[in-house]
Design a protein around this ligand. Structure first.
Ligand code: SF4
Length: 598
């Protein structure tokens, strides 16, 4: 008889009733043969407790199944523990640990990167001679997980600057290119199904399989937790390139098109929801890659109300708020250019006090309010909208802020009015959805107090007009924006910005920031300059028109919700008790305000 007991905690009630030995914190005790305290009964997976450890992952579960098969068929295979390296998404946050994650100094050297504002923490542990990676932990950004795991497993000698492994170096993602192809043939790519690099590469070369779906069918790689999909994709591309084959950059196994191709197809065929796009151009049921990518395309093309769409680009879009710690949500109204009247400041204070919200001024010159209950969001936003505020889109892959310095109105050094220009720019592009979030900055002189060059677009006043910089980036892989056009007037700058942003929205890969998009662009900045400034593709007018249509169809997403009783009803914690708030949300005092208890 096979008993399946599924869940996060070991379901050992039946085992206890049968008198099997269980652990003090749950789990059915097993030995290396996966035998319980009754030799006739085996236990595997998340209900089994081996040497005090519950292996809550799919790969050790498969390994345990193998052990039982071996035992039942008179084999001699035994279980001796399992590598617990894994990457998971927990409540919207990527977390990963690999190798020896908990080793501490002096037995190793550690490199730590922490950004508490963005909720990113990364730590890698190196051997004391700095030559080998021993393990590490990633929270909030686990893109580098696959290559870090391969570096540990294959004992790859570290580069001279091992910090680049978590900070990234200019020029692309950690998993791309030569890194993957330089792994040894026996490198385990899919640990769930024990598929190595050689198997995947030979499936591409010998059988002509060039899709992740095909690799899944032929080798079973990437059919377990799915964490190895990026590596499998890179191996397919790397092998095809080595064989001199043309590489088609498709969105995923459900769409045989790149994002750019799909963008044009959706536009030409005037498709307005995900199911139609899938019916027309896709196959299967869709996945976590194509659903947000298509949602982003639909938003960028039609500017429809995001909460009315059947698929969304980001989990925060579901409630038009960032999901924060302790089951709380944040409220971030738009404050264009960072300029705000005393009356509006008073309203923010009153709302924050009424709903018990923690307030903080952000790096983007806005005021974040944290600690909102889901049920309170519509009422909070109703008060803010009545006072003249709009959604700040802090939850979306959209234009966030255009930061400004004081500029010529108050600053003795100011050459032009940077605040007015920042407001004008932010009002123009507010709410525009893109492959990733976008930020801008405007400085009134070369002293650059708005830090405009660390933004996706930066504008700096000069004696003769304005300089426009593009594709800069803050965050974990900082990169200065590069000069696209110098000493131009405001009208020309807005025209170039329209073209630049629309070209990015149409051609960037899903979840690709402007800096990464430029780094991967054939011809780099000179190509981009040709397209935007010299109109080398003859698309300039079209890009401007497309941007204008997005500007003309702008709507405040929160106003749409506040004015629509059916949409407001979605903001409830319990569907069957809409008035009830989440009882697990708790706060504790902190510096005359509160913070979430969790
Ligand atoms: S960037 Fe120039 S104009 Fe702006 S605040 Fe700084 S010194 Fe003044």
């Amino acid at each position: 008889m096979l008993v399946i007991s599924a869940g996060i905690r070991p379901r050992d009630e039946l085992a206890k009733l049968c008198g099997l030995q269980t652990g003090t914190r749950g789990g059915i005790v097993v030995d290396e043969k996966m035998q319980t305290s009754d030799g006739c009964i085996f236990a595997i997976g998340e209900c089994a407790l081996y040497e005090g450890v519950i292996y809550g992952l799919v790969a050790p579960g498969y390994e345990m199944a193998d052990i039982v098969v071996s035992q039942l068929t008179n084999g001699s295979k035994l279980f001796h523990g399992y590598d617990m390296s894994t990457k998971l998404k927990l409540i919207g946050v990527d977390v990963a640990s690999f190798g020896d994650a908990f080793i501490t100094e002096p037995d190793c050297r550690t490199i730590v990167f922490e950004d508490t504002h963005k909720g990113v923490y990364k730590r890698i542990n190196l051997s004391t001679d700095g030559r080998q990676l021993l393990g590490g932990i990633l929270i909030g950004d686990a893109d580098a997980y696959n290559m870090l795991l391969q570096t540990v497993n294959n004992k790859i000698v570290l580069p001279p600057n091992p910090e680049d492994l978590i900070l990234g170096s200019r020029g692309g993602s950690e998993s791309e290119g030569a890194g993957v192809m330089s792994l040894p043939d026996d490198a385990l790519i899919c640990s769930c199904e024990a598929v190595n690099k050689a198997t995947i590469c030979s499936t591409v070369s010998d059988l002509g399989i060039t899709s992740v779906d095909g690799i899944k069918k032929c080798t079973k790689a990437a059919t377990g937790c799915g964490g190895c999909v990026p590596l499998v994709k890179d191996l397919i591309a790397g092998t095809m390139k080595a064989n001199g084959q043309y590489i088609k950059n498709v969105l995923c196994e459900h769409f045989d098109y790149s994002r750019q191709e799909l963008f044009d197809l959706v536009k030409i065929n005037v498709l307005k929801n995900y199911d139609l796009v899938l019916d027309y151009f896709g196959k299967g049921d869709g996945c976590e890659v194509c659903k947000p990518a298509v949602a982003s395309i639909l938003s960028s093309l039609w500017n429809d109300v995001i909460v009315k769409q059947d698929t969304i680009q980001d989990s925060n879009d579901r409630f038009l708020a960032n999901i924060q710690k302790g089951g709380t949500y944040s409220v971030v109204p738009r404050i264009p250019g960072g300029e705000i009247t005393p009356d509006k400041l008073i309203v923010l204070g009153q709302v924050a006090k009424r709903y018990g919200l923690y307030t903080k001024i952000t790096g983007g010159q806005r005021i974040d309010m944290f600690g909102a209950h889901l049920n309170d969001l519509p009422a909070i936003w109703e008060e803010l909208i009545d006072a003249g505020f709009e959604s700040g889109h802090a939850y979306g892959k959209a234009l966030r802020t255009v930061k400004s310095c004081v500029g010529s109105t108050w600053c003795r050094f100011g050459l032009h009015d940077s605040v007015s220009f920042a407001i004008e720019i932010e009002e123009r592009y507010k709410g525009i959805r893109a492959p990733h979030k976008i930020k801008g900055g405007v400085s009134g002189c070369i002293r650059e107090c708005a830090e405009a060059k660390s933004k996706d677009f930066g504008i700096i006043a000069t004696e003769k007009g304005w300089n426009l910089y593009v594709c800069g980036n803050g965050g974990s892989k900082p990169q200065h924006a590069q000069l696209l056009a110098a000493d131009i007037d405001k009208e020309t700058l807005v025209k170039y910005l329209d073209r630049f942003l629309m070209f990015y929205i149409k051609t960037a890969e899903p979840l690709s920031r402007t800096a990464t998009w430029l780094n991967k662009m054939d011809g780099g900045l000179s190509y981009l300059k040709n397209v935007v400034v010299n109109d080398s593709l003859g698309l300039g007018h079209q890009l401007e028109q497309e941007m204008q249509s997005l500007v003309d169809t702008y709507h405040c997403e929160w106003k749409e919700v506040v004015d629509d009783p059916a949409l407001r009803k979605r903001f409830t914690h319990f569907i069957n008790a809409p008035e009830e708030k989440d009882p697990t949300v708790q706060f504790e005092p902190m510096r005359d305000q509160v913070k979430a208890k969790w």
